[in-house]
Write a protein that binds this ligand. Structure first.
Ligand code: LLP
Length: 419
């Protein structure tokens, strides 16, 4: 459920007509709904009620400070994967003791900053990282709270580029070697083994891979306990899929059911790191048709958003529903069109042969489910300006990132003295 719907034939974000925003700030732009963000957070919170679970929003999905703050105000912590994201989480008001630092390649500077910030845990993914962190902590006279991310060798059955839990993937410490390395970590004087973490991929549409991974985690915890090593938290990562088309993924309640079944009796605290399921359906990308080009074999709707603004279709062949902002009259015939951007690559195609009602020059369209991994993955490729982000609340909206200016874009480069 989300709060983007037609009211009197016009697409609204909550109570704000989308054309009013387009009028105020031009196109293209991202538009997020506060009520949807809050609802998704609440749905997950309700699903895990009774479990001692901390929901750490994976801010890589949408790292706008206003979005992070909206969720933090409801009690969300943050999962961060870089020094930049850690700074964003802190700047948005997430308390340090609700921040988890994940990622396979944290630099010594990033680790040091995390230690100095006093965050909840640093999820370590390799032996060299353990040693680095141990040394940094000893030099500071502190013990670093760590989670060890294990790779459970489970296929998440999702897109090849976002599956992370098979042994050939770069993430985590191999399942089979985990006990030995956990023992080593537990004995390092600068480290405090607080947690074991898994994250097997993103946009999972089946529950079985979660169940397999969580069972492996359970076995590991029990075998460590039998040796007298205990951890007080388990970090289950993110990954729950969301509906991009008509195929409904498992619900948060079903997902929580798997957690209860596999880990519910172990005690201790759980950390969840959802990104997409909180932000995805809370955002749309609004664009305007520039031209409609009649090709020999197909019709192209060329819009003013490009793959630099929303890269998911180009990068993962992702499907995003395309909604005309003006609702088509009932019975309007649909015809297949290619919806493309202005970028000089054929990959800059949002939809191929998508049945849509007639769209003309100047018409507004919205790409649905663009709140996660949309703006956060945008770039200035083709020297196109970063586009604005707007947050709606009820009948109010605020620009939470203004459109970049040409001066800002050009001013970021430097010309060396010899030129
Ligand atoms: N925790 C860790 C350690 C992660 O690596 C990720 C996502 C998450 C949590 C959040 O996963 P989520 O709940 O959002 O599935 N750019 C891709 C998705 C990449 C996901 C990377 N890791 C896309 O647009 O589909």
């Amino acid at each position: 459920m989300n709060h983007f719907q037609y009211v009197n034939g016009i697409l609204h974000a909550e109570a704000v007509p989308v054309p009013a925003v387009a009028e105020a700030i031009g196109t293209p732009f991202y538009c997020y709904s506060t009520a949807t963000l809050e609802r998704h957070f609440q749905v997950l919170k309700d699903a895990v009620s009774g479990l001692d679970a901390l929901i750490c929003y994976a801010i890589k999905a949408n790292s706008n400070l206003a979005v992070i703050r909206t969720l933090a105000a409801r009690g969300a912590g943050a999962d961060v994967v870089s020094g930049g994201e850690l700074r964003r989480a802190l700047a948005a008001g997430v308390p340090a003791d609700r921040i988890v630092f994940s990622g396979v390649g944290k630099t010594p500077d990033e680790l040091a900053f995390a230690l100095d910030s006093g965050i909840l845990e640093i999820n370590v993914e390799s032996e060299p990282e353990l040693e680095e962190l141990n040394a940094l902590a000893l030099a500071r006279g502190v013990r670093a709270p760590i989670g060890l991310r294990v790779n459970p060798d489970v296929d998440a059955h999702t897109h090849e580029k976002i599956t992370t839990g098979r042994k050939e993937d770069k993430f985590g410490i191999e399942w089979t070697r985990a006990p030995q390395i956990l023992r080593r970590a537990a004995a390092m004087p600068g480290l405090e083994l607080a947690s074991i973490a898994v994250h097997i991929g993103s946009q999972l549409t089946e529950l079985a891979p979660f169940a397999d991974a969580f069972r492996r985690l359970r076995d590991l915890v029990l075998s460590l306990r039998s040796e007298g090593i205990s951890v007080r938290r388990l970090d289950l990562g993110g990954g729950l899929g969301i509906p991009y088309d008509d195929q409904p993924p498992p619900t948060p309640a079903d997902y929580a059911g798997v957690i209860r079944e596999t880990l519910g009796d172990l005690g201790g605290r759980l950390v969840l790191e959802p990104g997409r399921m909180l932000g995805g359906n809370a955002g749309i990308l609004v664009s305007r048709g520039i031209y409609v080009k009649e090709g020999e074999t197909r019709r192209f709707v060329i819009c003013d958003a490009g793959m630099n603004d929303l890269v998911r279709p180009a990068m993962y062949s992702a499907f995003h529903t395309i909604l005309p902002v003006a609702e088509p009259a009932p019975g309007t015939p649909l015809a297949p069109v290619d919806v493309v951007g202005p970028i000089c690559e054929s990959a800059d195609t949002f939809a191929k042969q998508r049945p849509l009602p007639p769209l003309g020059r100047g018409d507004l369209i919205a790409f649905a489910t663009a709140g996660a991994y949309g703006a956060a993955m945008s770039s200035i490729y083709n020297s196109r300006l970063l586009i604005p982000e707007v947050l709606v609340k009820g009948d109010d909206f605020a620009v939470v990132r203004p459109r970049q200016t040409y001066e800002e874009m050009l001013g970021a480069d430097r010309i060396p003295a010899w030129l």
